[in-house]
Design a protein around this ligand. Sequence first.
Ligand SMILES: Cc1cc2nc3c(=O)[nH]c(=O)nc-3n(C[C@H](O)[C@H](O)[C@H](O)COP(=O)(O)O)c2cc1C
Length: 400
Amino acid sequence: MNTLSAKRLLLVVTGGIAAYKAPDVVRRLRDAGAEVRVVMTPAATAFITPLTLQAVSGHDVREGLFDPAAEAAMGHIELARWCDALVVAPASADFIARLRLGQADDLASAVCLATGAPLLLAPAMNRQMWAHPATQDNLAALRERGVAVVGPGSGSQACGEVGPGRMVEAETIVTAAGALFESGRLAGRRVVITAGPTREAIDPVRFISNHSSGKMGYAVAAAAREAGASVTLVSGPTGLEPPAGVHTVRVESALDMFAAVRAALAGCDIFIATAAVADYRPAQAAAGKIKRDGETRTLELVPNPDILASVAALTPAPFTVGFAAETHDVEAYARAKLERKGIDMIAANLVGEGDVGFNSDDNELLVLWRDGEQRLERAPKTRLARTLVELVAARYAAAR
Ligand SMILES: Cc1cc2nc3c(=O)[nH]c(=O)nc-3n(C[C@H](O)[C@H](O)[C@H](O)COP(=O)(O)O)c2cc1C
């Protein structure tokens, strides 16, 4: 499986000789399916031009922190939120030191500090600089904080010396970037996920539906797959591409979704219901198109089955996770839903306000379980989905 497919990667290029290899890193990351944007330190521009990196990445290259035009388009905070992961290649000794201190005195370091996305460093420097206790201390502290490091390799260096300090090859950086997304937390587990809206037919051309885009559910399915699970995604109508490596079953109505979920449940360890399933459907769908006749019409609605509650009521039941989209009193409604449906976890979000929730690329969630909760701050749904899957995996392990 290609874990870089559709990932948004920020490549930070710092001031070292190996900056000349950065275009190859961009090209190979893009070949692996990632969208790549580049930020350079001012020192990096002494080694390679932004124009080259712009040409290979297909995006403007950012360098200055105080650039009004760039801030108006995608400010440093948006850039930090935009990316699913950051790759610093080459990572200079100086940049590593600044990262360790948490400095934010240029765009590259400010973005690294402002993001919650995983970070990969590909150090490249003279062997003495590499061996210096200051550099080794800095890297040890960064590793301790969860920063991934690939390389350096060993061999002859641009400065004429021989030893460790060469940046590893672009292909090795691509593999290490992919590994940022593979936790293996759900290896060997079967996960069933529902996503999207449902359509409840009124007649052959009309239906009742809702604004769910399916983005959150698709992101959760991709994240569960990356965590090593075997995933079935039961999806209502969406305009989204099925995530790579995920068995996707397309359905229309709540009844179709119910049937598809039941068919997929054998051996299921975790069931995650992100779909916005219609609570009601027309009692009868007209066989032919209903014609306008100027009369007032009444549509009789009957309740749909509660898919989540019925899965939670099975014995044995999989670990069940629900979603609650509320317009107000999110926490109170979500906790009530957790109890009422007898589910293990619920992820609640506020919809209908601002630019999070339905149809948006961003979301923020309050995740509740019987004796705990965790707030997942606003982030792109892809990143939020990975954090959620890690949390689900941890609660699932604790519940077994
Ligand atoms: C010709 C030349 C080559 C350099 N190569 C490296 C290098 O490979 N690795 C490194 O850590 N620093 C190297 N430096 C030093 C960095 O450019 C310097 O520490 C700079 O402040 C790094 O800035 P940055 O971390 O903001 O990119 C080199 C300097 C020069 C003049």
